[in-house]
Ligand binder design. Structure first.
Ligand code: DOR
Length: 442
Protein backbone atom coordinates (compact mmCIF):
# COMPACT_ATOMS: atom_id res chain seq x y z
CA UNK A 1 0.00 0.00 0.00
CA UNK A 2 1.27 3.45 -0.83
CA UNK A 3 0.61 6.46 1.36
CA UNK A 4 -1.59 9.23 -0.03
CA UNK A 5 0.19 12.07 -1.76
CA UNK A 6 -0.91 15.66 -1.73
CA UNK A 7 -2.39 16.76 -5.03
CA UNK A 8 -2.95 20.17 -6.51
CA UNK A 9 -5.31 20.01 -9.48
CA UNK A 10 -5.00 23.25 -11.43
CA UNK A 11 -7.28 25.06 -13.92
CA UNK A 12 -10.05 22.41 -13.92
CA UNK A 13 -13.66 23.04 -14.85
CA UNK A 14 -15.02 22.00 -11.45
CA UNK A 15 -18.64 20.91 -11.01
CA UNK A 16 -19.51 22.40 -7.60
CA UNK A 17 -22.08 20.89 -5.17
CA UNK A 18 -24.70 23.44 -6.32
CA UNK A 19 -24.25 22.21 -9.91
CA UNK A 20 -22.44 25.35 -11.02
CA UNK A 21 -19.20 25.23 -12.93
CA UNK A 22 -16.11 27.05 -11.68
CA UNK A 23 -12.72 27.08 -13.35
CA UNK A 24 -10.22 26.68 -10.54
CA UNK A 25 -7.98 24.54 -8.36
CA UNK A 26 -8.51 21.72 -5.88
CA UNK A 27 -6.02 20.78 -3.17
CA UNK A 28 -6.11 17.35 -1.52
CA UNK A 29 -4.12 16.25 1.52
CA UNK A 30 -4.12 12.83 3.22
CA UNK A 31 -7.11 11.43 1.29
CA UNK A 32 -9.28 14.52 1.77
CA UNK A 33 -10.15 17.63 -0.24
CA UNK A 34 -8.85 20.60 1.77
CA UNK A 35 -9.48 23.52 -0.54
CA UNK A 36 -11.52 24.39 -3.64
CA UNK A 37 -10.84 27.87 -4.99
CA UNK A 38 -10.44 29.86 -8.22
CA UNK A 39 -6.70 29.91 -7.54
CA UNK A 40 -4.63 28.22 -4.84
CA UNK A 41 -1.18 29.70 -4.31
CA UNK A 42 1.82 27.41 -4.73
CA UNK A 43 2.69 25.51 -1.58
CA UNK A 44 6.05 24.87 0.06
CA UNK A 45 5.21 21.21 0.88
CA UNK A 46 5.96 18.43 -1.64
CA UNK A 47 2.99 18.05 -3.92
CA UNK A 48 1.97 16.52 -7.22
CA UNK A 49 0.52 19.12 -9.55
CA UNK A 50 -1.91 18.17 -12.29
CA UNK A 51 -2.53 20.69 -15.05
CA UNK A 52 -6.22 20.07 -15.76
CA UNK A 53 -6.66 22.84 -18.33
CA UNK A 54 -9.54 21.89 -20.60
CA UNK A 55 -10.61 18.96 -18.40
CA UNK A 56 -13.70 18.75 -16.19
CA UNK A 57 -13.45 17.63 -12.56
CA UNK A 58 -16.31 15.56 -11.13
CA UNK A 59 -16.75 13.63 -7.89
CA UNK A 60 -15.83 9.99 -8.54
CA UNK A 61 -18.70 7.77 -9.62
CA UNK A 62 -20.30 5.57 -6.95
CA UNK A 63 -21.78 2.54 -8.74
CA UNK A 64 -24.43 1.09 -6.42
CA UNK A 65 -25.09 -2.20 -8.20
CA UNK A 66 -22.36 -4.47 -9.54
CA UNK A 67 -21.64 -8.21 -9.67
CA UNK A 68 -17.87 -8.77 -9.43
CA UNK A 69 -17.98 -12.60 -9.23
CA UNK A 70 -15.41 -13.15 -6.45
CA UNK A 71 -15.36 -15.54 -4.68
CA UNK A 72 -16.25 -18.55 -6.75
CA UNK A 73 -16.82 -17.26 -10.28
CA UNK A 74 -13.42 -15.68 -10.94
CA UNK A 75 -13.30 -17.11 -14.45
CA UNK A 76 -15.78 -14.34 -15.37
CA UNK A 77 -14.29 -11.45 -13.32
CA UNK A 78 -12.56 -10.84 -10.00
CA UNK A 79 -12.21 -7.97 -7.55
CA UNK A 80 -8.87 -6.90 -9.04
CA UNK A 81 -9.91 -6.90 -12.72
CA UNK A 82 -13.29 -5.35 -11.91
CA UNK A 83 -11.71 -2.58 -9.84
CA UNK A 84 -9.25 -1.88 -12.69
CA UNK A 85 -12.28 -1.49 -14.96
CA UNK A 86 -13.82 0.84 -12.34
CA UNK A 87 -10.68 3.01 -12.24
CA UNK A 88 -10.73 3.34 -16.02
CA UNK A 89 -14.42 4.20 -15.97
CA UNK A 90 -14.08 6.92 -13.31
CA UNK A 91 -15.84 4.71 -10.74
CA UNK A 92 -14.18 5.29 -7.34
CA UNK A 93 -16.61 3.28 -5.16
CA UNK A 94 -18.93 0.32 -5.76
CA UNK A 95 -21.62 -1.67 -3.96
CA UNK A 96 -21.48 -5.35 -4.88
CA UNK A 97 -24.19 -8.00 -4.91
CA UNK A 98 -24.35 -11.30 -2.98
CA UNK A 99 -24.74 -13.85 -5.82
CA UNK A 100 -21.17 -15.11 -5.60
CA UNK A 101 -20.06 -18.63 -4.55
CA UNK A 102 -20.50 -19.00 -1.64
CA UNK A 103 -23.44 -16.59 -1.48
CA UNK A 104 -22.90 -13.52 0.71
CA UNK A 105 -25.57 -14.40 3.25
CA UNK A 106 -23.65 -14.48 6.55
CA UNK A 107 -21.23 -12.26 8.47
CA UNK A 108 -18.47 -14.72 7.67
CA UNK A 109 -18.98 -14.52 3.89
CA UNK A 110 -19.29 -10.73 4.12
CA UNK A 111 -16.02 -10.53 6.10
CA UNK A 112 -14.34 -12.76 3.52
CA UNK A 113 -15.30 -10.37 0.70
CA UNK A 114 -14.13 -7.35 2.70
CA UNK A 115 -10.82 -9.06 3.36
CA UNK A 116 -10.34 -9.96 -0.31
CA UNK A 117 -11.26 -6.43 -1.38
CA UNK A 118 -8.77 -4.86 1.04
CA UNK A 119 -6.04 -6.83 -0.71
CA UNK A 120 -7.16 -6.47 -4.31
CA UNK A 121 -9.39 -3.46 -4.92
CA UNK A 122 -8.04 -0.28 -6.47
CA UNK A 123 -11.24 1.57 -5.52
CA UNK A 124 -13.57 1.77 -2.49
CA UNK A 125 -15.98 -1.07 -1.82
CA UNK A 126 -19.13 -2.16 -0.02
CA UNK A 127 -21.04 -5.46 -0.14
CA UNK A 128 -24.75 -6.21 0.16
CA UNK A 129 -25.94 -9.04 2.37
CA UNK A 130 -28.30 -11.39 0.52
CA UNK A 131 -31.64 -12.50 1.95
CA UNK A 132 -32.71 -16.15 1.89
CA UNK A 133 -35.83 -17.60 3.46
CA UNK A 134 -33.74 -18.67 6.46
CA UNK A 135 -31.16 -16.02 7.34
CA UNK A 136 -33.16 -13.28 9.06
CA UNK A 137 -30.73 -13.00 12.03
CA UNK A 138 -27.79 -12.65 9.61
CA UNK A 139 -29.36 -9.91 7.50
CA UNK A 140 -30.36 -7.96 10.60
CA UNK A 141 -26.89 -7.96 12.15
CA UNK A 142 -24.45 -8.02 9.21
CA UNK A 143 -21.96 -5.13 9.25
CA UNK A 144 -20.82 -3.11 7.41
CA UNK A 145 -23.25 -3.37 4.53
CA UNK A 146 -25.29 -0.90 2.45
CA UNK A 147 -28.33 -3.10 2.96
CA UNK A 148 -30.21 -6.31 2.31
CA UNK A 149 -30.53 -7.55 -1.26
CA UNK A 150 -33.64 -9.51 -2.16
CA UNK A 151 -33.99 -11.26 -5.50
CA UNK A 152 -37.80 -11.40 -5.84
CA UNK A 153 -37.22 -12.99 -9.25
CA UNK A 154 -34.62 -13.85 -11.91
CA UNK A 155 -32.69 -16.05 -9.56
CA UNK A 156 -32.70 -19.68 -8.55
CA UNK A 157 -31.66 -21.46 -5.38
CA UNK A 158 -31.42 -19.94 -1.93
CA UNK A 159 -31.25 -16.30 -3.03
CA UNK A 160 -34.69 -16.41 -4.66
CA UNK A 161 -37.21 -15.01 -2.17
CA UNK A 162 -40.50 -14.84 -4.06
CA UNK A 163 -42.92 -15.95 -1.39
CA UNK A 164 -45.01 -13.12 0.06
CA UNK A 165 -45.01 -14.57 3.60
CA UNK A 166 -41.20 -14.71 3.66
CA UNK A 167 -40.95 -11.26 2.10
CA UNK A 168 -43.31 -9.89 4.73
CA UNK A 169 -41.19 -11.41 7.51
CA UNK A 170 -38.13 -9.61 6.12
CA UNK A 171 -39.89 -6.26 5.60
CA UNK A 172 -41.47 -6.34 9.06
CA UNK A 173 -38.26 -6.79 11.03
CA UNK A 174 -35.40 -4.33 11.33
CA UNK A 175 -34.97 -0.96 9.74
CA UNK A 176 -32.06 -1.23 7.37
CA UNK A 177 -32.38 -0.61 3.64
CA UNK A 178 -33.89 -3.36 1.50
CA UNK A 179 -32.87 -3.36 -2.17
CA UNK A 180 -35.06 -5.46 -4.46
CA UNK A 181 -34.59 -7.05 -7.86
CA UNK A 182 -38.26 -6.77 -8.74
CA UNK A 183 -39.50 -9.35 -11.25
CA UNK A 184 -42.38 -11.75 -10.55
CA UNK A 185 -40.86 -15.24 -10.76
CA UNK A 186 -44.19 -17.03 -10.99
CA UNK A 187 -45.19 -15.06 -14.09
CA UNK A 188 -41.72 -15.62 -15.61
CA UNK A 189 -42.02 -19.38 -15.01
CA UNK A 190 -45.42 -19.51 -16.73
CA UNK A 191 -44.23 -17.51 -19.71
CA UNK A 192 -41.08 -19.64 -20.05
CA UNK A 193 -43.38 -22.60 -20.66
CA UNK A 194 -45.52 -20.62 -23.13
CA UNK A 195 -42.50 -19.55 -25.18
CA UNK A 196 -40.44 -22.76 -24.77
CA UNK A 197 -38.37 -23.76 -27.79
CA UNK A 198 -37.78 -20.24 -29.12
CA UNK A 199 -34.06 -19.52 -29.39
CA UNK A 200 -34.26 -15.93 -30.68
CA UNK A 201 -32.93 -13.95 -27.69
CA UNK A 202 -35.49 -11.21 -28.40
CA UNK A 203 -38.07 -13.49 -26.77
CA UNK A 204 -36.33 -12.78 -23.44
CA UNK A 205 -38.01 -9.37 -23.25
CA UNK A 206 -41.40 -11.01 -23.78
CA UNK A 207 -40.89 -13.80 -21.27
CA UNK A 208 -39.68 -11.44 -18.53
CA UNK A 209 -42.12 -8.76 -19.65
CA UNK A 210 -43.08 -5.33 -18.29
CA UNK A 211 -45.95 -6.88 -16.35
CA UNK A 212 -43.57 -9.24 -14.48
CA UNK A 213 -41.50 -6.24 -13.36
CA UNK A 214 -44.54 -4.14 -12.47
CA UNK A 215 -46.15 -6.84 -10.32
CA UNK A 216 -43.02 -7.35 -8.22
CA UNK A 217 -42.48 -3.61 -7.81
CA UNK A 218 -46.11 -3.26 -6.69
CA UNK A 219 -45.61 -5.98 -4.07
CA UNK A 220 -42.37 -4.45 -2.78
CA UNK A 221 -44.05 -1.04 -2.54
CA UNK A 222 -47.05 -2.52 -0.73
CA UNK A 223 -44.82 -4.14 1.92
CA UNK A 224 -42.66 -1.04 2.21
CA UNK A 225 -45.80 1.12 2.75
CA UNK A 226 -47.19 -1.29 5.32
CA UNK A 227 -44.03 -1.24 7.47
CA UNK A 228 -42.68 2.15 6.37
CA UNK A 229 -39.56 0.22 5.48
CA UNK A 230 -36.68 1.85 3.62
CA UNK A 231 -36.87 0.38 0.13
CA UNK A 232 -34.65 0.73 -2.91
CA UNK A 233 -35.83 -0.57 -6.29
CA UNK A 234 -32.86 -1.80 -8.30
CA UNK A 235 -32.53 -1.33 -12.09
CA UNK A 236 -36.09 -0.17 -12.77
CA UNK A 237 -36.79 -0.87 -16.41
CA UNK A 238 -40.39 -0.11 -17.41
CA UNK A 239 -42.61 2.87 -18.15
CA UNK A 240 -45.32 1.26 -15.99
CA UNK A 241 -43.12 1.20 -12.88
CA UNK A 242 -42.02 4.80 -13.47
CA UNK A 243 -45.66 5.92 -13.82
CA UNK A 244 -46.62 4.03 -10.67
CA UNK A 245 -43.94 5.84 -8.69
CA UNK A 246 -44.86 9.15 -10.26
CA UNK A 247 -48.31 8.77 -8.74
CA UNK A 248 -47.16 7.79 -5.27
CA UNK A 249 -43.58 7.53 -4.13
CA UNK A 250 -43.13 7.43 -0.35
CA UNK A 251 -40.27 9.58 0.95
CA UNK A 252 -38.42 6.45 2.17
CA UNK A 253 -38.35 4.82 -1.27
CA UNK A 254 -35.60 5.32 -3.87
CA UNK A 255 -35.01 3.71 -7.25
CA UNK A 256 -32.33 3.49 -9.91
CA UNK A 257 -32.02 2.89 -13.66
CA UNK A 258 -29.11 1.53 -15.72
CA UNK A 259 -27.53 3.30 -18.71
CA UNK A 260 -28.55 0.33 -20.87
CA UNK A 261 -32.24 0.69 -19.96
CA UNK A 262 -32.00 4.36 -20.94
CA UNK A 263 -29.91 3.98 -24.09
CA UNK A 264 -30.62 0.52 -25.52
CA UNK A 265 -33.87 -1.25 -26.34
CA UNK A 266 -35.14 -4.47 -27.90
CA UNK A 267 -33.67 -3.48 -31.27
CA UNK A 268 -30.26 -4.41 -29.77
CA UNK A 269 -30.98 -8.16 -30.04
CA UNK A 270 -30.79 -7.97 -33.86
CA UNK A 271 -27.38 -6.32 -33.62
CA UNK A 272 -25.60 -8.05 -30.74
CA UNK A 273 -27.79 -11.07 -29.96
CA UNK A 274 -27.40 -12.54 -26.48
CA UNK A 275 -24.90 -9.83 -25.48
CA UNK A 276 -28.05 -7.70 -25.07
CA UNK A 277 -29.63 -10.25 -22.74
CA UNK A 278 -29.96 -9.14 -19.13
CA UNK A 279 -32.40 -9.15 -16.23
CA UNK A 280 -34.61 -7.21 -16.14
CA UNK A 281 -34.54 -7.28 -19.96
CA UNK A 282 -34.15 -4.41 -22.37
CA UNK A 283 -37.51 -2.78 -23.18
CA UNK A 284 -39.04 -0.62 -25.95
CA UNK A 285 -38.03 2.87 -27.16
CA UNK A 286 -41.16 4.13 -25.34
CA UNK A 287 -39.81 2.73 -22.05
CA UNK A 288 -36.46 4.47 -22.77
CA UNK A 289 -38.22 7.83 -23.11
CA UNK A 290 -40.43 7.43 -20.03
CA UNK A 291 -37.43 6.35 -17.92
CA UNK A 292 -35.42 9.38 -19.10
CA UNK A 293 -38.29 11.70 -18.18
CA UNK A 294 -38.71 10.05 -14.77
CA UNK A 295 -34.98 10.47 -14.15
CA UNK A 296 -35.02 14.13 -15.12
CA UNK A 297 -38.11 14.68 -12.94
CA UNK A 298 -36.49 13.10 -9.87
CA UNK A 299 -38.85 10.10 -9.79
CA UNK A 300 -35.82 7.90 -10.47
CA UNK A 301 -33.06 8.88 -8.05
CA UNK A 302 -29.83 7.61 -9.55
CA UNK A 303 -27.88 5.39 -11.96
CA UNK A 304 -26.33 1.93 -11.45
CA UNK A 305 -24.69 -0.28 -14.06
CA UNK A 306 -25.63 -3.77 -12.82
CA UNK A 307 -22.17 -4.75 -14.17
CA UNK A 308 -22.73 -8.50 -14.59
CA UNK A 309 -20.00 -10.07 -16.74
CA UNK A 310 -20.16 -13.50 -18.36
CA UNK A 311 -17.58 -14.97 -20.74
CA UNK A 312 -18.07 -14.77 -24.50
CA UNK A 313 -18.20 -18.57 -24.58
CA UNK A 314 -21.11 -18.55 -22.12
CA UNK A 315 -22.86 -15.81 -24.08
CA UNK A 316 -22.36 -17.75 -27.34
CA UNK A 317 -24.71 -20.50 -26.17
CA UNK A 318 -28.16 -20.38 -27.77
CA UNK A 319 -30.97 -18.71 -25.81
CA UNK A 320 -32.15 -19.65 -23.17
CA UNK A 321 -28.87 -21.36 -22.21
CA UNK A 322 -27.04 -18.04 -22.58
CA UNK A 323 -26.73 -16.28 -19.20
CA UNK A 324 -28.22 -12.84 -18.55
CA UNK A 325 -25.98 -9.89 -17.75
CA UNK A 326 -23.59 -7.40 -19.30
CA UNK A 327 -20.56 -5.47 -18.05
CA UNK A 328 -20.88 -1.71 -17.48
CA UNK A 329 -18.47 0.02 -15.08
CA UNK A 330 -16.00 0.98 -17.81
CA UNK A 331 -18.51 2.76 -20.00
CA UNK A 332 -21.26 4.17 -17.73
CA UNK A 333 -19.82 7.65 -17.09
CA UNK A 334 -18.83 8.23 -20.72
CA UNK A 335 -22.27 7.00 -21.87
CA UNK A 336 -24.07 9.41 -19.55
CA UNK A 337 -21.77 12.36 -20.31
CA UNK A 338 -22.23 11.70 -24.04
CA UNK A 339 -26.01 11.78 -23.47
CA UNK A 340 -25.54 15.09 -21.63
CA UNK A 341 -23.57 16.52 -24.56
CA UNK A 342 -26.44 15.43 -26.82
CA UNK A 343 -28.84 17.50 -24.70
CA UNK A 344 -30.66 14.70 -22.87
CA UNK A 345 -29.60 16.12 -19.48
CA UNK A 346 -26.95 18.37 -17.95
CA UNK A 347 -23.47 17.46 -16.70
CA UNK A 348 -24.58 18.52 -13.20
CA UNK A 349 -27.48 16.05 -13.37
CA UNK A 350 -25.07 13.26 -14.33
CA UNK A 351 -22.93 14.15 -11.29
CA UNK A 352 -25.98 14.03 -9.06
CA UNK A 353 -27.26 10.70 -10.47
CA UNK A 354 -23.88 8.94 -10.49
CA UNK A 355 -22.39 10.28 -7.29
CA UNK A 356 -24.13 12.81 -5.01
CA UNK A 357 -27.57 11.16 -4.85
CA UNK A 358 -26.07 7.67 -4.42
CA UNK A 359 -23.96 8.79 -1.44
CA UNK A 360 -27.02 10.41 0.15
CA UNK A 361 -29.33 7.43 -0.39
CA UNK A 362 -26.88 4.95 1.14
CA UNK A 363 -25.62 7.23 3.91
CA UNK A 364 -22.05 7.19 2.58
CA UNK A 365 -20.68 10.22 4.38
CA UNK A 366 -18.21 12.69 2.88
CA UNK A 367 -18.43 11.38 -0.64
CA UNK A 368 -20.18 12.49 -3.81
CA UNK A 369 -19.31 16.20 -3.77
CA UNK A 370 -16.28 18.35 -4.49
CA UNK A 371 -16.07 20.25 -1.25
CA UNK A 372 -13.49 20.87 1.49
CA UNK A 373 -13.68 18.09 4.07
CA UNK A 374 -14.97 15.53 1.55
CA UNK A 375 -12.96 12.47 0.48
CA UNK A 376 -10.65 13.06 -2.47
CA UNK A 377 -12.41 10.59 -4.79
CA UNK A 378 -12.37 12.46 -8.07
CA UNK A 379 -12.39 12.02 -11.82
CA UNK A 380 -11.08 14.36 -14.48
CA UNK A 381 -12.93 13.84 -17.75
CA UNK A 382 -12.31 15.05 -21.28
CA UNK A 383 -15.52 16.45 -22.73
CA UNK A 384 -13.97 17.70 -25.97
CA UNK A 385 -12.82 14.52 -27.68
CA UNK A 386 -14.75 11.44 -28.82
CA UNK A 387 -13.37 7.89 -28.85
CA UNK A 388 -15.12 4.59 -29.64
CA UNK A 389 -15.52 1.76 -27.14
CA UNK A 390 -12.89 -0.76 -28.26
CA UNK A 391 -12.78 -4.37 -27.07
CA UNK A 392 -8.97 -4.43 -26.91
CA UNK A 393 -8.92 -1.49 -24.47
CA UNK A 394 -11.27 -3.04 -21.88
CA UNK A 395 -9.98 -4.08 -18.45
CA UNK A 396 -12.96 -6.21 -17.42
CA UNK A 397 -11.93 -9.86 -17.47
CA UNK A 398 -14.95 -10.82 -19.58
CA UNK A 399 -13.36 -8.87 -22.46
CA UNK A 400 -16.44 -7.47 -24.22
CA UNK A 401 -18.95 -4.65 -23.96
CA UNK A 402 -22.47 -4.29 -25.34
CA UNK A 403 -21.42 -0.76 -26.34
CA UNK A 404 -18.50 -1.70 -28.60
CA UNK A 405 -18.21 0.77 -31.46
CA UNK A 406 -20.25 3.50 -29.70
CA UNK A 407 -18.42 6.79 -30.11
CA UNK A 408 -18.32 8.47 -26.70
CA UNK A 409 -16.98 11.57 -25.02
CA UNK A 410 -16.38 12.22 -21.31
CA UNK A 411 -13.86 9.40 -20.90
CA UNK A 412 -11.89 9.49 -17.65
CA UNK A 413 -8.49 11.13 -18.11
CA UNK A 414 -7.42 10.79 -14.47
CA UNK A 415 -9.17 8.89 -11.67
CA UNK A 416 -8.25 9.65 -8.06
CA UNK A 417 -9.17 7.43 -5.09
CA UNK A 418 -8.47 8.73 -1.60
CA UNK A 419 -6.11 11.40 -2.95
CA UNK A 420 -4.11 8.89 -5.02
CA UNK A 421 -3.98 8.68 -8.79
CA UNK A 422 -5.23 5.22 -9.71
CA UNK A 423 -5.67 5.73 -13.47
CA UNK A 424 -4.22 8.28 -15.87
CA UNK A 425 -4.17 8.44 -19.66
CA UNK A 426 -4.63 4.72 -20.21
CA UNK A 427 -2.28 3.67 -17.39
CA UNK A 428 -3.37 1.94 -14.18
CA UNK A 429 -1.53 2.33 -10.86
CA UNK A 430 -2.23 -1.14 -9.57
CA UNK A 431 -0.50 -0.70 -6.21
CA UNK A 432 -3.24 1.69 -5.00
CA UNK A 433 -5.93 0.26 -2.70
CA UNK A 434 -9.39 1.62 -1.89
CA UNK A 435 -11.10 1.43 1.47
CA UNK A 436 -14.21 -0.20 2.92
CA UNK A 437 -17.21 2.13 2.73
CA UNK A 438 -19.21 2.89 5.87
CA UNK A 439 -22.97 3.38 5.80
CA UNK A 440 -24.53 5.86 8.17
CA UNK A 441 -28.04 4.48 8.30
CA UNK A 442 -27.39 0.78 8.09
O1 DOR B 1 -28.79 -9.77 -15.95
C1 DOR B 1 -28.48 -9.91 -14.80
N1 DOR B 1 -27.46 -10.71 -14.44
N2 DOR B 1 -29.18 -9.28 -13.83
C2 DOR B 1 -28.94 -9.46 -12.52
O2 DOR B 1 -29.54 -8.79 -11.71
C3 DOR B 1 -27.96 -10.50 -12.08
C4 DOR B 1 -26.98 -10.72 -13.13
C5 DOR B 1 -25.89 -11.72 -12.91
O3 DOR B 1 -25.45 -11.84 -11.76
O4 DOR B 1 -25.45 -12.32 -13.87
Amino acid sequence: MTSPTNLLIRHARIILPNGELMVGDVLTRDRVIVEVAPQISTLAEPIIEIDASGLTLLPGVIDPQVHFREPGLEYKENLFTASCACAKGGVTSFLEMPNTRPLTTTQQTLDDKLQRASQKCLVNYGFFIGATSENLPDILSAHPTPGIKIFMGSMHGQLLVDNEVTLEAIFSQGTRLIAVHAENQERINQRRLEFAGITDPAIHSQIQDNQAALEATQLALKLSQKYQRRLHILHMSTAEEAELLRQDKPSWVTCEVTPQHLLMNTSAYAKIGTLAQMNPPLRSPHDNEVLWQALRDGIIDFIATDHAPHTLEEKAQPYPKSPSGMPGVETSLALMLTAAKEGKCTIAQVVNWMSTAVAKAYGITNKGEIKAGYDADLVLVDLDNYRPVLRQELFSKCGWSPFEGWNLTGWAHTTIVGGQIVYQNGKLFTEIRGQALQFENS
